[in-house]
Design a protein around this ligand. Sequence first.
Ligand code: NAD
Length: 492
Amino acid sequence: MATKNVIPNYINGAWVASTASETLPVVNPATQETIAEVPLSPAADIVTAAKAAAVAFPEWRRVPAIDRVQYMFKLKQLYEANKDELARICTEEAGKTYGESIGELQRGLENIETACGIPTLMQGYNNEDIARGIDEHMIRQPIGVTGMVAPFNFPAMIPLWFLPYAMASGNCMIVKPSEKCPRTQQRLFELIDEMDLPPGVLQMVNGGKESVDTMLDHPTIRSISMVGSTPAAEYIYQRAAKNGKRAQCQGGAKNPAVIMPDADMDKTVEIIADSAFGCAGQRCLALSVVITVGEAGEAFRERFCDVAAKRTVGYGLDEGVEMGAIISHESKDRIEGLIAKGEAEGAKVLVDGRGKLVEGYEKGSFLFPTVLDNVHPDSTIARTELFGPVLALMHADTLDEAIALVNDREYGNMACIFTSSGIDARKFRYEAYAGNIGINVGVAAPMAQYPFSGWKRSFFGDLHAQSQHSVEFFTETKVIVERWPKEWHRKF
Ligand code: NAD
């Protein structure tokens, strides 16, 4: 691997060339320029990283938690000092706008900050005299060597849903970035390298399926944290579980919003447009289905189409751009194919984002905002995750009918309601089958202090990313029951 543009792996505290014989281009979706080559590391590279982690772990777990979090304080400073550069790299490879990259970085940072509380978050509990003369304690111990598999769409944030908690609670972690967006994580690991951590505690191996399968089968790696599409999440969860590993795998989504006639319509239109078209719809918390109730249909439709048609699409590093590119031409073609299928299944295209070019970036992978009306609840477009800037409109006569439509979905990542009625909002919160609920909020992304609670086929596992869930995921509980009989008391 002599080409200088090939991204190296970070193993045992050093940058090393992958032993891969194959690479994939990392492409800027707006310009179609190749930014770098990502190696498809073979099993051997994961095995080398796992060995280094196994050597580092026994000493790392002995480092007091208060000393371990000092590295997180350092990472916070480095991350903040390099925010602009990280945001530019993120925009170049993921296609989103610079402002969206800055927002993503902020959310990543909040996880670093939250993990600084590990000395307290990791505490156990105890009872004296749980039975006469017997005391019982629960302590948390790190599980050991952990693995993380990242998706393309939040390269600066998603690894940080896991990495700070894993390392601060005494584990070692191997991160496998997305093949499409590995540059941001390369930069993140360059910052990690500046922290002078003991070698082997945090490592990064680039690759694809072979790297992941090796992580899933390797006996040293005790857990897998993964975020990606539902088929990949389900496969990874099952293979990890079969091998006796802990797994938390966050999958795809198809997020609905219910709009009641009493919603503040101007504000609702603005919030839903930001949710559906932000990051060009490539967010697992993007709204992709809207169910209007009663008179809300008419009030929402026209205003929303107007806003959708006016959105400024372009290269995310250019001033004034509100929506960036789709990750690849392949993805764009897939989404356009699904829009055509939606039309064939009876939907009416109110705003058509297909076939439009961005001046100066004619080769770019751009799809403009698209709005479909009369979408049948059982049609392909209503049920398939598109992961693009497309909003499907459905209609219901009552809130009960709308909630039934919300709950009749395969996914349960997020569901939102827009209303000025507390009673309707409470009913929705109570009855909707989704792990993240937005009330007059279009991207109900849990802050770092809360678990990222996907349900149904949006999540495979028990403990989610972030916060206390992460601490529980990355530690094992040990319960000690102890008795010290009086007759053993030594007299000096
Ligand atoms: P993806 O499933 O294609 O890839 C995700 C990761 O899994 C990559 O690192 C990839 O190398 C690996 N992978 C993919 N297929 C694999 C296989 N068969 N075997 C082993 N490893 C495999 O996902 P993506 O396109 O990078 O990301 C977009 C998806 O992620 C969307 O479906 C989105 O909804 C989802 N997502 C979910 C959340 C969430 O919190 N629920 C957050 C962000 C993104």
